[in-house]
Design a protein around this ligand. Sequence first.
Ligand code: GLN
Length: 492
Amino acid sequence: MSPNELSTATAVELAAALRAKTMSAVELTQACLATIARENPVLNAAITVCGEQAIEEATAADTLLRRGDGGTLTGIPLLHKDIFCTRDVATTCASRMLENFIPPYDATVVSRLRAAGTIMLGKTNMDEFAMGSSTETSVFGETRNPWNIHCVPGGSSGGTAAAVAAGFTPLGTGTDTGGSIRQPASLCGITGLKPTYGRVSRLGIIAFASSLDQAGPMTRTAEDAALMLQVMSGLDPGDSTSADIEVPDFRANLGDPISGLKIGIPKEYFSSSLEPRVAASIQAALVELEREGAELVDIDLPHTDQGIPTYYIIAPAEASANLSRYDGVRFGYRCEAPTDLNDLYERSRTEGFGEEVKRRILVGTYALSTGFYDAYFKKAQQVRRLISEDFNTAFETCDVIAGPAAPGVAFGLGTKTTDPLAMYLEDIYTLSVNLAGLPGISVPAGLLDGMPVGLQLIGRAFDEATLLRVAHRFQLRTDHHLARPVPTAVNP
Ligand code: GLN
């Protein structure tokens, strides 16, 4: 493989090349590091690069491979979103609050992927504490979209999405609380899967909203997503919300036909909030699924409009509780020369958190306060139930739901930063899925004026296998996922 092919190949292809000995894990890792060195100064997708450590890990992988040992992921490089605790490697959540935090342990996702033989190239940029849809609130500065560097990559896992799209790595991790894997995957033209709540352990993932957060794979293909999900999934005694439910072989039935499968099309997802040309791309993708033998059926998700207000009570409420631990005492940023304990708390939090994080803490604390709890938090929990029931009803008549992942393509840097509500609308098609705890995937569905569009597929709880199968059949039939941005040097 040429260096160029190396940095655009899938993990499955790279694994075959490693086994065929046409290249080594060290060569592959060096090629990824070279792409990062060349592209990252412009894109700012990676905020920590572990060059030396990666080469050491690759050397160990080569030893295994030479002996014919190891699994499919042995020697395959990856990047982790900087929300996953990584032993001895800075984990900042892109916040001043955690700028100097070096965890003493690995998140379960990290240790499982490490045990599977992957090479950790480093950590990726994100919105501060995963709050945002554009990767512009990072204390390390914004990430740029490799398809157009004047546009955002989406968020909050925008660093990983840009990195996979730009050829830094075939694989990356993200987390999705309201859309943070699927929306950046859509805006950067890659495949991003949010698993069912409980499928993947949250241990060692810095908490945003605990009843919504879920980690997932960000890759170039559905097949690679299946490969990663296989390793990431399963019960973890260290996370009481991780599900004690069998993990199927996600690759076993990937290629099975989808004829007869019923795909539900919610009319609420094709309303005026959807950019008409994006709607046309999604319709074209649906025609392809029909040609694969799937049957399209109309469904209703009547509480779709209530998704955003409900999410923006529940997520900030949980965030305000989770973020109360950053008090300047136990860990995290501490202000200089506090005059007393209150001054220490106040100034550490004032100086350590960015504006959007503070907005969420204020909203969340308000919604949980005596006198407002019933009107806001309790009401939001009730509406959450209705949203969940909408999906249950829909899944009585269909097997998978399809629609857009985001209301438009990538938008210009800075165009939504002063208008939080406009930013919140980015997740209109994704966050209900988190409220209902269901799995969802975004797959590339073509380009509009050179910018990617994502098709979202939503599945029944713990039925990631069907989502992956539909996505894989779509990728066998179309070549949208093969499109790559040109290197930034020729993309001014
Ligand atoms: N954009 C949404 C928010 O800001 C979702 C973020 C996420 O999924 N982490 O809360």
